[in-house]
Design a protein around this ligand. Structure first.
Ligand SMILES: [Zn+2]
Length: 180
């Protein structure tokens, strides 16, 4: 299955803003979509990827848990994820494969959340996650609703750009204003 192009902000904003529709049946087209998402995420450093980011407006996302433990787990597929309960919003690390190399520590995300979903083999999933894992689920479910992470920034949020210097070292540079 092919690696797909990830839609980019702001060029592809209209498609990133389009809400996705619920999956009715895990048929071959959904199985192929999940394979494409996995192949695409495998080439990136992200902790998650949503189907609309590759232009497929179906409620399917991949999440990789374990960032707070220092090691990301393999991607978990969530079909029709629904957040059923959320803790208080806290400033969280965030970034998006649709806006590469831009990061913030000031995105407002729930400190914990509970969600339900269907797994890729049709199994029911119900989990409670916290910290970075909660932020990732919230970020990916937002994509299904056409919400972009810049919408979740605190009003004093700082955005950083990861620039590679002449020695090939990455360093974070504060951006003067939101990219538009
Ligand atoms: Zn994203």
């Amino acid at each position: 299955m092919p690696v797909r192009r990830v839609l980019k902000y702001p060029k592809d904003e209209a498609r990133l803003r389009k809400p996705s529709t619920a999956v009715k049946r895990i048929d071959n087209s959904i199985k192929n979509l999940i394979k494409d998402l996995k192949d695409t995420l495998a080439t990136e450093e992200g902790a998650g990827l949503a189907a609309p980011q590759i232009g497929e407006h179906q409620r399917v996302v991949l999440v990789r848990f374990g960032q707070d433990q220092g090691e990301m787990q393999p991607p978990l597929t969530l079909i029709n994820p629904v957040i059923t309960e959320k803790g208080p919003l806290v400033k969280s690390f965030d970034g998006c494969l649709s806006l590469p190399k831009i990061f913030t520590w000031d995105a407002l995300r729930p400190s914990w959340l509970e969600f339900t979903a269907t797994g890729e083999d049709g199994e029911p999933i119900a989990m409670r996650v916290e910290g970075a894992d909660a932020a990732v689920v919230d970020h990916e479910v937002d994509h299904l609703d056409g919400v972009f992470f810049l919408d979740r920034l605190d009003k004093d949020a700082k955005l950083y750009f990861a620039r590679t210097d002449e020695n090939g070292k990455e360093k974070l540079v504060l951006l003067p204003a939101l990219p538009s």
